[in-house]
Design a protein around this ligand. Sequence first.
Ligand code: HEC
Length: 511
Amino acid sequence: MSDIVDKKTKNLALQLLPMQLLSVVIVALLAWFFVPYYVEKSAEEQAALAAEQVARNFLTLRTYYTDNVVNKVLNSDGNLIVDHGHKTIANAIPLPASLIFDMGELLKDSQVQLKFYSPFPFENRKDRQLDAYGQAAWLALTQNPNTPYVQHTKMNGQEVVRLAVADRMTSQVCIDCHNSHPLSPKKDWHLGDVRGVLEISSNISSQVSKGHKLGLYIVIGFVVLIGGMMAMSFRITFVEFDKWSNARKIHERELSDASMKANAASKAKSVFLANMSHELRTPLNAIIGYSEILSKGILGKLNNAKHEEYALDIYNCGNHLLNLINDILDISKIEAKKEELSERIIEVRLMMETSLQRVRPLADQKGITLSIDVPDHLPGLLCDERRVVQVLINLLNNAIKFTNMGGHVDFTSELDGAGRHVVKVSDNGRGIAQEHLSRIIMPFEQIGDAFDSPQEGTGLGLTICKSLMKLHGGDLEISSELGTGTTVTVTFPPERTVPDTTDPGQNPTLA
Ligand code: HEC
């Protein structure tokens, strides 16, 4: 039982292997692509959030500066001025825009950079070109001033997140100056207009490369883990399988050893029996011969009636013993495969009539009716005639023996649907009980004791008949009902049926 389970486990393990490999590959691919993607996305989000915060802080700072410093300077009649040239002009403070431009300059080399632009530069910046992102950002922010415009791009081989927020004309101060400044490119600004774009770009290259490394580590870890687990489960499975297959090999070897021994023993037995039987027959012939002479008084009558009776008993028992020995010899020969069939094509009807002639005296003695039924144009039968006749006589003898005075025995032959010769011997005798039917063909099994009535045979008859039929490639079957009768059917294989040797004779019923 567990052997079968083990084998199933092994098969299952093998069948699951491609599935397991496939799932490992899928998970590895997922980890390979998904982990870096995920890390990158989260770095992107974080960078954008931080950038927006920075941008808003700058704008707040700038508004504060405009309202509280620039505005005051503009409205005072002191000698301070507000100018983008504040670095060189002694009494100038920075413009609100200069604050941002200058910060951008200062942060030029940091990871977070700051740019400030619009499509309407003042005179001093009129050569400035906006890149694609800058143009798109301007367009997006003028339509949607409250939503930052974000893009993740590669710049100079670096992973950069660019975020732009709108710089709007938040106070009247901005409008007044921009609409009146002599160098202003556009002079119809209104409160709330988007005047420019404040861009914060963050370099997230190191986070992205960390994401790729993380993905790689996860894939390696996963593959090692799953590989180890699979190797372990396969080791277990295969160790179990090896145990199972070794056990099976040992079992097979034992079986074949046993069957070789059994064959050898059987052969030895058959050879021994054949030799023994031969050795026994010589003295037995003397016993039978001399007891016959004594019992029949050939050399002069025995004076004592008891002696005569004993001599007859010796004669009968000797004959029984001789039959037994002959039967044993037959079986031994057949079992030792020494028996060879001398085959020729014979006519079934003739063979059946011959057999019937041989048992007629016994039937007549008991007043038993013998009938034969053979269809016309029956094809020939390729067989060893002597052996088949032996079988048929044996069956007829049995039928007559076990049928009461005045009964009948039917002897029939036909060709069945499969083209096989089928010969049947049926009687209306005492029949055989179901429980005995299977045993009756076994050697030495007999219903009743042979020594009670020696003339009833050795008990080997049916065994020999069956063996002879097997030798012909055919079979012998018995069906019987207690009190109703017995039918013995012998069947020859279809290849033994040879057409066109039929004798279109009569179909006699012999009494
Ligand atoms: C005193 C005048 C003045 C005031 C007040 C002022 N600006 Fe300006 N602004 C300028 C000048 C001059 C420039 C050009 C500076 C430069 O290019 O270096 C400029 C530049 C800008 C720019 C850059 C435009 C570009 O394309 O380069 C923006 C945006 C801007 N200002 C927005 C504002 C806002 C918003 C306010 C109010 C919070 C404001 N400004 C207040 C004078 C002013």
